[in-house]
Design a protein. Sequence first.
Length: 241
Amino acid sequence: MNAPAPGTLHLIPVSLGDAPPERWLPAEARTLAGQLDTYIAENAKTARAFLKAIGTVRPIQEITIHTLDAKTDERDIVAWLKPVAAGGRIGLVSEAGCPAVADPGARVARAAHEMGIRVQPWVGPSSLLLGLMASGLDGQRFAFHGYAPVDAAERARQLRDWEQASARYNQTQMLIETPYRNAAMHAALLATLRPTTLLCVARSLTTDREWIKTLSIADWKRQPAPQLDKQPTLFLFLARK
């Protein structure tokens, strides 16, 4: 008897903030997501909120949600994917935006490839690409660094290193911060980077509070500080030679 064909791991983007699903997720992806009965997610509560927003075929309490974090054992991931290898299907969602991009879900995608499972990415919001698109900075050469150091001196050294790389390679540098530290990060960027370096601040992308602005550091210093507290924000900068 032939073995069943492997199933599919569906990588399904979720909202970047408070916005109706039809604004950021295509209808076909919403329909597929509402049909799945098993998910892998960083946080079951936010995954259920996503499912409630898009609507599901079965009651949400009947949908299995496996919780993934940095400490999840590889054997658990393999166990979650075994039914998929036998022909099933499963969804992978992030806390915000696209799964497996700057996200622990990359481990699940890698395991799926190793098990011969089809990996299907669905179209949806990526704060990194949306911010880069709107920034006016170099969209061909860019690097995402995640978080800068919290210590002020270490953070300043790291920002200067990234700025030097930006100037050397004409490369856009991207980073994020814990939302309640956004104001401190903005201030650190203004205090550390060269006056001619271009800085883009992209706040609350895809939501009604979306705000994106690119100015030189010198011009930012002439502006009132933007309202960034507790709002997801992407910082992008490009050093001018």
